[in-house]
Design a protein. Sequence first.
Length: 563
Amino acid sequence: MDYLRKIISTLVISTSIAACVGGDDDDDHEGSTLNVIDADKTHQVLAFNDQGMHCADSDYSVFTILPPFNTVRAQVIEKAAAPRILDEGVATVSYMGVADAAGSINTTSQNQPGGIWKSNFWDTNPDTGNSYAFDLFGIDLQPDEGLLGQQMPGILNPYVANDPQPFGSYAATQAWFTADGVPIMPIDDFGQVNPYPLMRISAADSSSGDSLATLDVVLPVASEAGCQNCHATDQDYIDYPEPIDLLNAAKRNILMLHDTQHGTALASNTPVLCADCHYSEALAFTWNGGSNKTLSNVMHEHHGTVASFPSDSMEDTCYQCHPGERTDCLRGAMGSAGMECQDCHGGMLAVGSDSREPWLDEPRCESCHTGDAVDNLTADADTVVNTLDTDGNTDNIRLRQAWRVGDPSATPIIAVNARFAEQDNKLYKDSLGHGGVACEGCHGSTHAIWPSSIANDNQAAIDLQGYSGTIIECGVCHTSLPLTLGGPHGMHNVNSSAWTMEHEGFYERNPSACRACHGVNLEGTILSRTAADRNFLRDDDGDSTIHLPQGTPVGCGHCHSKP
Ligand code: HEC
Ligand code: HEC
Ligand code: HEC
Ligand code: HEC
Ligand code: HEC
Ligand code: HEC
Ligand code: HEC
Ligand code: HEC
Ligand code: HEC
């Protein structure tokens, strides 16, 4: 990945040098020196899975926690000086399978002759003559059809067809197209496990049908809830006549245990949907009411209370059930920096606490990104956990734990300075930022925040701006820009010779605006790091240049004495 990043940033540099040296004869510098990314592209489609990982059972014959159900969203942007986010009146969006660099492609969730087994969701239950999907959800599904009607692109003829499927709806308030419940499974068309399958998202002009833009994004999915780690051997599952694997055995044991403890008759009424009795927000569309505890509450609280249940590390605790042992659900910037589930969510009892609403009360980006270099919560050192570098110094900007020290309910911290915050009372996945662009459009999905440790995740960012990481190149969407501090989170023009030459007035009008990211002493901070290698002229004569390698915390002193 580093290698790729280098090559591509070299390309970016060469255009920027050309712009500095010869290309810029517009003397007011207004809007002429932007490095437009892919200048021949007139549109961009930003696409993102709502969650960083979706879990789906593979065996539906005993019970199910979650069905195959991924949700992809897309915004279509017309590039311009003032970019326009297009609505359903003007654009349509579709998805189809596409091979990743390793050749893995996933177009269908149907089992195939030759032993390629993806799931039995659509298979007929011999006891009832219905599909398991129907027995569980009461919905009649075509092969490859999801619970809300979205289909896998191989539906007509799996393995031969790969027909673009339209996004089923458009949310006007969010200005995004949605494909809800695409029933993808983590087994590719060759029978290999791939929890990070790519889909190609295409936007087209709704009247002419002409293609506007495409983007390849991951629909992350895993089926490794490890109930069998503990429940496979603690009961007498050999009573069951058919040859069953460990997971199937464990699931039967769990039903028997539940029946013993709570007087239910689950074992004799398979297949069981746990969410029929224990509400799950993830399956709100199928809820019929009831007053039992929620599914998240019973799972975390009960297991968190069981004495034999391990409690400290992420591997021993959360990864017992959440995709971790084989699949990296936590694989983005924070995961790579060593943060674990508990640093953000708290432990089992915090997650299972009655005081929170599952799926809605979650940690927030702003809980750790509590502001900027001038105004943040890192000074509350006795109640927050600061981020330390290898020498033990704090970065004075970001926290490492989303909740205050000693808070057993792990209530997410709310930032006072909202520079990097979600919208009020909205989840990250539902928040919009700069210009109405979705946070996930510029940062990727939760738990997979760019740069990710998984190559397929990074593909979309690379397609958009040439390298992975936060989308920071203004020219991805803008075709021209005046000099400004009106970019995302108060950013200015990036990689722009006009900005480098003419920021004087901005500093003089409001010196603290620069300090917010460049540091209290204008020394450079993690909020002013170069996203790619940059080369700038040091003065108008053009006889001296400055090279700022990728990752340099830009300080004013890099180019001249501090003002
Ligand atoms: C790390 C070990 C471990 C894992 C993994 C695990 N469990 Fe358990 N579970 C336990 C223990 C221990 C008990 C208590 C056993 C008992 O009461 O006999 C328990 C009890 C239960 C109960 C009975 C609760 C009651 O009312 O007493 C259910 C239901 C259950 N587990 C479901 C699951 C499901 C579903 C999974 C997978 C998503 C799972 N468990 C994964 C260890 C585990
Ligand atoms: C027919 C309704 C029903 C179904 C279906 C059901 N449960 Fe329960 N479950 C209950 C009831 C009732 C309790 C008692 C506690 C309560 O009121 O929620 C309970 C308790 C539990 C507990 C222990 C909670 C505690 O605080 O001790 C766990 C764990 C649990 N269920 C997990 C599951 C899982 C996993 C499934 C799916 C395999 C499931 N349940 C399916 C009705 C159901
Ligand atoms: C015994 C199995 C099990 C273990 C261990 C477990 N989880 Fe879960 N978790 C589940 C299940 C099952 C769901 C899905 C519940 C639903 O659909 O509502 C879930 C859902 C969640 C959710 C989303 C719903 C919510 O409450 O907001 C979060 C967050 C979560 N788990 C965090 C954690 C963390 C953090 C840990 C480790 C401290 C952990 N889980 C350990 C089984 C487990
Ligand atoms: C760096 C912080 C961080 C870490 C580490 C982290 N999470 Fe999360 N998690 C979040 C945030 C933030 C959200 C809420 C996303 C939103 O608002 O849309 C979330 C949401 C979730 C959800 C709800 C579904 C979703 O994707 O929105 C689940 C389940 C979950 N986390 C489980 C886990 C598990 C299991 C781990 C460890 C393997 C983990 N998280 C590690 C920050 C974290
Ligand atoms: C538990 C605290 C915590 C939470 C919650 C958190 N972050 Fe971070 N984040 C950090 C820390 C600490 C770093 C620095 C990591 C390092 O040392 O590389 C970081 C780094 C980043 C970076 C820089 C990545 C890079 O290297 O270019 C981005 C972007 C980011 N976070 C976005 C987010 C978003 C978006 C969310 C919410 C979905 C979020 N963070 C939630 C603590 C957190
Ligand atoms: C148009 C693209 C864009 C959008 C939309 C966007 N961001 Fe950012 N985000 C950026 C850029 C560029 C940076 C880098 C700023 C810097 O390094 O000073 C950043 C940085 C961040 C950081 C990390 C700061 C750090 O410590 O490295 C967080 C957290 C963050 N954004 C959260 C969000 C949230 C939450 C939303 C939605 C409300 C959002 N962003 C929307 C472009 C965007
Ligand atoms: C992913 C697309 C995208 C990226 C990347 C992006 N912008 Fe924008 N920007 C927009 C959209 C959409 C608008 C809204 C245009 C409108 O409503 O007229 C906008 C509006 C603006 C505006 C006008 C804001 C206002 O308040 O009216 C400025 C200034 C701006 N962007 C600067 C920047 C800068 C500087 C960068 C790079 C650091 C940047 N943008 C990166 C999409 C983007
Ligand atoms: C929201 C955070 C933020 C604010 C506010 C900010 N900067 Fe920056 N600045 C950055 C980042 C990030 C970079 C590195 C961008 C890159 O090259 O990838 C940067 C780079 C620069 C550069 C080098 C050009 C470049 O593209 O690398 C100059 C010059 C500069 N800043 C001046 C200023 C001045 C003057 C102010 C105040 C008027 C200011 N900055 C305010 C984040 C900020
Ligand atoms: C990438 C190189 C670069 C960086 C980084 C940079 N500047 Fe400059 N700065 C310049 C250039 C080039 C000029 C114009 C010099 C000229 O006109 O000959 C300039 C001029 C200025 C001037 C007016 C002349 C002076 O020295 O008083 C101020 C004030 C200024 N910069 C402030 C800042 C501040 C504040 C920062 C950090 C936030 C900063 N600059 C970072 C390149 C840079």
